[in-house]
Design a protein around this ligand. Structure first.
Ligand code: ADP
Length: 169
């Protein structure tokens, strides 16, 4: 496995990395789950910054400062809602990882942390989402020197077990 990938269990808002990725919605104006936790920890300035972005299409990503978070930047990406798998969900999820990594590289960022995009209220099957995440991150890292390190941040036990198996199993 790629030594530039690391697994962490816990709350992504506590990480001192160059960028944390937010699993946002199209409005970029906050939501539940990891999105709510990030806005809560970053403070109201994050919402002000997001208002200026005019939303974000599914599969795309946009960057803001991280304000009160220990991270420097937040990369907001919008994962697909799972509608059975025949609505381009796998490709849109892959695009979230690629776009987020491209933004990090273009801002010369060395470290980035991803939550398990779309696997909460958006209901993307966790095992398939994890495989997509690994595939996209691995192929991006093969072709790019930045970011140097990618952290997969798992929050729930189901994702922890899936990611452990993919990394070490
Ligand atoms: P989505 O709408 O993209 O499904 P959710 O926030 O509902 O986004 O869930 C995405 C993932 O984020 C889930 O696997 C959930 O367990 C995880 N999550 C929720 N809160 C946090 C947090 N504070 N840090 C890291 N991951 C979190």
């Amino acid at each position: 496995m790629n030594s530039r990938i690391e697994l962490i269990q816990g709350d992504i808002t506590t990480l001192e990395v160059d960028a944390i990725v937010n699993a946002a919605n199209n409005s970029l104006l906050g939501g539940s789950g990891v999105d709510g936790a990030i806005h809560h920890a970053a403070g109201p300035q994050l919402l002000d910054a997001c208002r200026k972005l005019n939303g974000c299409p599914t599969g795309d990503a946009k960057i803001t400062p991280a304000f009160n978070l220990p991270a420097r930047f937040v990369i907001h990406t919008v994962g697909p809602v799972w509608h059975g798998g025949n609505h381009n969900e796998p490709e849109l999820l892959a695009s979230c990882y690629r776009k987020s990594l491209s933004i990090a590289r273009d801002h010369n960022l060395r470290t980035i942390a991803f939550p398990n995009i779309s696997t909460g209220v958006y209901r993307f099957p966790k095992e398939q989402a994890a495989k997509t995440a690994f595939r996209e991150v691995n192929s991006f890292l093969e072709e790019n020197e930045l970011p140097v390190k990618v952290f997969f941040v798992v929050f729930d036990t189901e994702n922890l077990n899936i990611y452990r198996n993919l990394l070490y199993g």
